[in-house]
Write a protein that binds this ligand. Structure first.
Ligand SMILES: C[S@@+](CC[C@H](N)C(=O)[O-])C[C@H]1O[C@@H](n2cnc3c(N)ncnc32)[C@H](O)[C@@H]1O
Length: 293
């Protein structure tokens, strides 16, 4: 992408979201959900849910190679390798901000149940650690959580994938949903483009750290604050974020998620960085890689 295309990118996303305002209003009126319709924050979330249900899949497709390589353990220092160079995803997984289930088909490929994905002809991916045995998909947006449940059924994951329809801040609170995720019970956290949306990110990253078992892994693919670029591009990102926060739900583009993750707790290994092929003027840059507790 050229410099011009990078500068334009946030505005393209915002415009796509704006085009979903009529559909969001229609859906809320049909559901007689006037509380959400007339609440600025509720409406913003509903708009983002509608937008993501329509465009999330395109965004997933654009990022699929990176995320699959990450879960296969083929990423080191922001680069993709042909062979396994780190730990592939395994065991009990917590998917943060699962959205409408765009990654459910990928998880089905890593699951070790014989039925998951089988009816859809999805390929199976090998994991030396025995694959995924259980997934908690945490998603508070009711529009997205409904779509997520449907997607989990479509890919044949309903035996092992549990939708947790609350914010990440409530996963250990049994009064908020029908369950509780205990500290030290999760093998792998997978966060794809979601830390940008959670409230009180530093506090909640610390809480997520506590849910990981010692030796557990956090797989990270997040868009973050510009760090490589100079003051002009940082100012431009900050300026875009003012409008972004109006049209893109709770998502923010100026978060230093890398710093938050590093200081969430004590890590044995940290391998997260901006992919070297992303230019310094990228307005929506990423961090990519894993942390091992
Ligand atoms: C940009 S979307 C990404 C969705 C999904 N990971 C994907 O790649 O398709 C960010 C998601 O984070 C969710 N989110 C917002 N607040 C959250 C919270 N407190 N806890 C967990 N997820 C949250 C949003 O509802 C949204 O579905």
């Amino acid at each position: 992408m050229s410099l011009f295309e990078h500068l334009l990118e946030p505005w393209v996303f915002m415009w796509l979201s704006i085009t979903h305002i009529p559909a969001t209003v229609r859906a809320l009126v049909e559901a007689k959900d006037y509380g959400t319709l007339f609440s600025p924050s509720g409406f913003r979330e509903a708009l983002f849910g509608t937008f993501w249900a329509a465009y999330g899949l395109n965004i997933k497709e654009a990022n699929e190679e990176r995320v699959v390589a990450l879960l296969e353990g083929r990423v080191k220092e922001g680069r993709i390798y042909d062979n396994v160079v780190s730990t592939p995803v395994y065991g009990t997984v917590l998917e943060v901000g699962a959205g409408s289930g765009n990654w459910a088909d990928v998880f089905a490929q890593f699951s070790n149940t014989s039925t998951a994905g089988g009816t859809n002809g999805l390929r199976k991916r090998k994991s030396p650690h025995g694959g995924i045995t259980k997934i908690y998909g945490v998603e508070p947006n009711p529009i997205s959580a409904k779509a997520l449940k449907q997607r989990v059924k479509e890919v044949g994951l309903e035996d092992i994938y549990q939708v947790v329809p609350v914010g990440i801040e409530f996963v250990d609170d049994s009064s908020a949903w029908e369950g509780k995720i205990e500290p030290g019970s999760i093998d792998c956290i997978v966060g794809v483009l979601c830390m940008c949306s959670i409230p009180e990110p530093e506090k909640n990253m610390k809480m997520l750290y506590k849910l990981l078992k010692p030796g557990g892994h956090w797989f990270v693919y997040e868009h973050v604050k510009v760090t490589r670029g100079g003051p002009a591009i940082r100012f431009y990102q900050w300026f875009c974020n003012i409008f972004w926060s109006i049209f893109m739900g709770s998502c923010r583009i100026c978060r230093d998620t890398g710093k938050g993750l590093r200081s969430a707790g004590v890590w044995q290994e940290i391998d997260i960085m901006q992919p070297p092929d992303q230019p310094s003027y990228q307005v929506l840059p990423h961090i990519y890689g894993t942390l091992k507790k």
